[in-house]
Design a protein around this ligand. Structure first.
Ligand SMILES: Nc1ncnc2c1ncn2[C@@H]1O[C@H](COP(=O)(O)OP(=O)(O)O)[C@@H](O)[C@H]1O
Ligand SMILES: [Mg+2]
Length: 360
C-alpha cells in the first residue's frame, strides 16, 4: 500500500501551518463551509500533480500576504515529497531530496484521483475532460506513453504554426505530419489497450454501485481520426479544412470516450444521480486497474461527498472505495452524514478544520 503518512502545509490558502499524521485508509476532514477542507485536498493534489483542480494558476494558492507556500509529505515507504512555490517565482519540487524538473516521477509515486463536483464534467463536459481521464490511466500503467504524448504535442504545435503561415510551405509540413502520425499511433495503441482493460472492470464496479446491470450501456473509445484511412491519409485529405481553421482537426488530441445507452448518449437518458454513479464507477475502476497493473494504490480525494450523493449512494461509493485498499481523504461539513463508516483508528483519522486550523 502506498499511502501518505505525513502531510505538512505552510501558508497554503487559508492554512497558515499544519502538520498532520495521516491514516493509511480513511482520513475524514470536517468543518464549516470556508474552513479550509477543500484547500487541504487541493494541497495533496498540487503536490502530486503540479496542478490544482480548482485553478490552473499557482500563485493564488499561496496565502495572501505570504511570500511562499510549502507542501511536504512522506509516504509509508519513507519517501519524501516537497514542493515550494515562492510568489512570482518558479516552484521547486523534490522527491526524496532530489530536485525534479517535471512531475513525472512524483505523479507516478503518488497516483491521485479526485472525486468532486467537477468530476461530473466527465459526462456533461466536452471531450477534454474524458481525454484527461483516459490519459491519467494510460500515464500510470504505460511508462512510454508520456513520451509519445509530448512528441504529438510538439508536432501539433509546429504543424498548427505552419498552417497559420501564408503562403503555406507544404514541404515543411511533411516532417511534422510524420512525427504526428508516429506518435499518434503509439498513443492510440496505448489508449485502446487501456480502455479494453478498463471497460470490464468498470462494468463490474458499476453493477455493484447501481445494484443492477445496465446491459445496453456501452463505452467506446474513439481515436480522433478515421480508422479506415489512417491518420497520414486523413491529414492529407483534411488539409483544406486544417488551413481554414488554422489548426489540425484530426489526431490524438481529438480522442474521446463515447458513453451510450442503446443509440442515445448516456447523459441524455440517465438521471443526475445515475450520472454521478457512472462517473464514480469510472474513477473507482481506474484505481482498481492501476493496482492490478502496477501494484500501487492511488489516493482518492473525495470532496464534499454528501453534497453530491444521497445517503445510500454515498455509502455504496465509499464501500467500493474502501475495498480498493486506497488511502482516502474525504471531506464533509457534518460528520453525521458519514456515520455509517465503521472504521476505527489507526485505519481512520478524523480532522476538524476551523478557519484554516486543522486539529485531530
Ligand atoms: N490565497 C489565499 N489566502 C488566504 N485565504 C485564502 C486563499 N485562497 C482562498 N482562501 C480562503 O480559504 C478559505 C477556505 O476555502 P476552502 O478550502 O474552499 O473551504 P471549504 O472547502 O472548507 O469550504 C476560504 O474562505 C477562502 O476565501
Ligand atoms: Mg470545499
Amino acid at each position: 500500500m502506498s499511502a501518505l503518512c505525513k502531510l505538512e502545509l505552510s501558508q497554503f490558502r487559508n492554512i497558515e501551518h499544519s502538520n498532520l499524521e495521516l491514516a493509511p485508509s480513511l482520513n475524514l476532514i470536517h468543518g464549516e463551509n470556508g474552513s479550509g477542507k477543500t484547500s487541504l485536498l487541493e494541497a495533496v493534489h498540487v503536490l502530486a500533480t503540479g496542478k490544482s483542480f480548482r485553478s490552473s494558476l499557482v500563485d493564488p494558492l499561496i496565502q495572501e500576504g505570504a511570500p511562499e507556500a510549502v507542501i511536504f509529505a512522506e509516504n509509508t515507504e519513507h519517501t519524501s515529497f516537497g514542493l515550494k512555490k515562492p510568489r512570482n517565482q518558479k516552484h521547486q519540487l523534490k522527491l526524496g531530496g532530489t530536485t525534479q524538473t517535471n512531475w513525472d516521477e512524483v505523479a507516478r509515486a503518488i497516483p491521485t484521483q479526485i472525486l468532486d463536483s467537477g468530476s461530473f464534467q466527465l459526462l456533461e463536459g466536452g471531450p477534454k475532460a474524458r481525454r484527461r481521464f483516459l490519459d491519467w490511466g494510460v500515464f500510470h500503467v504505460e511508462p512510454q506513453f508520456v513520451e509519445s504524448w509530448r512528441r504529438s504535442r510538439k508536432a501539433l504545435a509546429n504543424r498548427n504554426r505552419l498552417l497559420k503561415s501564408h503562403p503555406l510551405d507544404e514541404p515543411q509540413l511533411e516532417p511534422w505530419n510524420q512525427e504526428l502520425v508516429t506518435s499518434a499511433e503509439k498513443m492510440h495503441a496505448a489508449r485502446r489497450s487501456y480502455m479494453e482493460q478498463l471497460i470490464p472492470v468498470f462494468q463490474d464496479i458499476h453493477v455493484q454501485l447501481v445494484g443492477q446491470n445496465l446491459s445496453d450501456l456501452t463505452i467506446e473509445y474513439k481515436r480522433g481520426w478515421d480508422e479506415e484511412s489512417g491518420l497520414a491519409e486523413a491529414l492529407k485529405v483534411n488539409l483544406a479544412q486544417d488551413l481554414k481553421y488554422g489548426s489540425t482537426q484530426l489526431g490524438p488530441h481529438r480522442a474521446d470516450i463515447e458513453m451510450r445507452i442503446g443509440k442515445r448518449k448516456a447523459i441524455e437518458l440517465l438521471s443526475r444521480g445515475q450520472q454521478k454513479l457512472l462517473v464514480c464507477a469510472l474513477k473507482i475502476a481506474q484505481g482498481k486497474l492501476l493496482s492490478a497493473a502496477i501494484g500501487r494504490q492511488c489516493i482518492y480525494l473525495v470532496d464534499d461527498l454528501p453534497a453530491e450523493l444521497d445517503r445510500e449512494n454515498r455509502e455504496r461509493v465509499l464501500t467500493q472505495l474502501l475495498k480498493l485498499d486506497s488511502q482516502l481523504f474525504v471531506t464533509c461539513v457534518d460528520l453525521t452524514a458519514l456515520d455509517f463508516i465503521r472504521l476505527e483508528p489507526p485505519k481512520l483519522a478524523t480532522f476538524h478544520v476551523e478557519r484554516g486550523i486543522i486539529r485531530d
